[in-house]
Design a protein around this ligand. Structure first.
Ligand SMILES: C[S@@+](CC[C@H](N)C(=O)[O-])C[C@H]1O[C@@H](n2cnc3c(N)ncnc32)[C@H](O)[C@@H]1O
Length: 415
């Protein structure tokens, strides 16, 4: 073999060893599936965008502490917030060189090693071992205050309420005026785990078995650990006690429900009486290769009826979202069957003020499908667009009630 061919063989050998030639399951399963990228990440980014923009308008560089950082997903999230500007040269609100320091803390040494490797070429980025149950390490507290104290995708749910309060107290004491505390914990009234709706604030079992690519029924060796499922009221209470302890004022900017129907466990049914393959189907809709399956997206939540009186506010939110969600699917069905009378009636009589423009747009898209230069109009255009509309309905609810897989809190510290 010539030297050049040998080098090429080595290159492809290395690529194969890294898994680049394995079966392509990207997007449908796993930690960074389509729903995480195009639904969950986007919801969080749009929620925090105005506050990060605000920070960038008064600081040239900012400092970030990521608690339960995994391998630096928070860094990625913060540096890929789409800019509001229509200019293609102004991609993101915050760029890596605008970060003075990013410190990721995690209890998992493998995640830390992965993070160090992922970001080895980035200046000012470091990862440290730390158990947040013990609070933030003293060495880190000797550093200058951070502008953003962030924790994404449920890391702080691993703490019991008192440890959460102690951690929040440390954050509030260490922060400076205007610093942000952004976190995402598990919402108690998520439709994926009605078994917990009646429980008092306490640690309850959870599992991440959904990351197992086999998608088979739960195995007997499924690993469970305890996490805290939070209500808005309890969170407020513990945050206010933490602020009192730290002797600072806080401004609770928002609590928002993330992933009400697309949370990971909606598909497993492990904490409910019924599994609904909603996340799987939305993952497929967001994929540009798949067509179909939408009939099963229509939500039937009758199995939750027995829980309806536990929290009327959460119930009202869940059923309102279900109604709006299903209306999108009814329209889609009419379009697919070319039932023009039904489409017309639907559009004229829809009482969903907020959605009417988006639904008219979908109808226009559908009726103009011949004008799109794509091979598969359904999977390339309509499928992803419907998923985005369903996401936008969720994002239109301003005040969270704790009915999402994630409950995202945004706190400003005032000193
Ligand atoms: C669901 S993952 C989220 C990781 C990352 N923030 C993300 O956005 O993907 C939860 C993380 O919290 C970490 N964690 C759990 N308990 C912890 C503790 N007591 N102290 C520090 N990290 C912890 C885990 O090791 C894991 O990396």
């Amino acid at each position: 073999m010539s030297k050049r061919n040998q080098r090429r063989a080595e290159f492809y050998g290395a690529a194969e060893a890294k898994g680049y030639y394995g079966l392509d399951k990207t997007g449908i399963f796993g930690k960074k599936d389509n729903v995480r990228k195009f639904w969950e990440d986007i919801s969080i980014k749009l929620l925090i965008r105005p506050y990060i923009e605000n920070l960038m308008s008064v600081n040239q560089k900012i400092r970030i502490l990521d608690m339960g950082s995994g391998s630096g997903e928070g860094f990625d999230l913060l540096t890929h917030i789409p800019s509001n500007s229509k200019s293609i040269y102004n991609e993101y609100v915050l760029l890596p060189p605008q970060i003075d320091e990013y410190v990721g803390i995690d209890i998992n040494l493998d995640a830390i090693e992965q993070g160090k490797n992922n970001f080895k070429d980035f200046k000012g980025v470091s990862f440290e071992y730390g158990d947040l149950e013990e609070g933030i390490d003293k060495r880190l507290l000797q550093k200058n205050a951070f502008d953003v104290y962030i924790s994404t995708y449920g890391s702080l749910s691993f703490l019991n309420p008192d440890d959460f309060k102690q951690l929040a107290c440390q954050v509030f004491s260490h922060a400076k005026n205007g610093s942000l505390f952004i976190f995402d914990v598990h919402g108690k009234y998520c439709p994926a785990w009605p078994v917990y709706w009646n429980e008092k604030l306490s640690m309850q079992p959870y599992t991440m078995s959904y990351l197992n690519p086999s998608r088979e029924a739960p195995q007997s060796d499924t690993e469970y650990f305890n996490i805290c499922y939070w209500t808005v009221k309890d969170l407020k209470f513990y945050l206010e006690r933490a602020a009192e302890l730290a002797n600072v004022k806080i401004n609770i900017l928002s609590f928002t429900d993330r992933s009400i129907f697309v949370g990971r466990h909606i598909d497993t049914g492990m904490f409910s009486t019924k599994a609904l393959p909603i996340r799987f189907l939305i993952n497929r809709m967001l994929d540009h290769d798949y067509t179909g399956g939408v009939e099963s997206l229509k939500l039937d939540l009758s199995h939750l009826d027995q829980y309806r009186d536990i929290n009327p506010e959460a119930w009202e939110r869940i059923t309102d979202y279900q109604r709006q969600w299903n209306r999108v699917l009814i329209l889609l069905e009419a379009l697919r069957h070319q039932d023009d009378t039904r489409v017309k009636n639907f559009l004229e009589n829809t009482d969903i003020e907020l959605m009417s423009e988006e639904l008219k747009f979908i109808t226009w898209l559908y009726r103009n499908s011949d004008r799109f230069p794509v091979v598969d109009f359904w999977s390339n255009v309509i499928g992803p667009q419907i998923a985005v509309i369903l996401r936008n309905i969720e994002m239109s609810y301003i005040e969270g009630v704790g009915c999402g897989h994630g409950l995202v809190g945004m706190i400003e510290i005032i000193k």
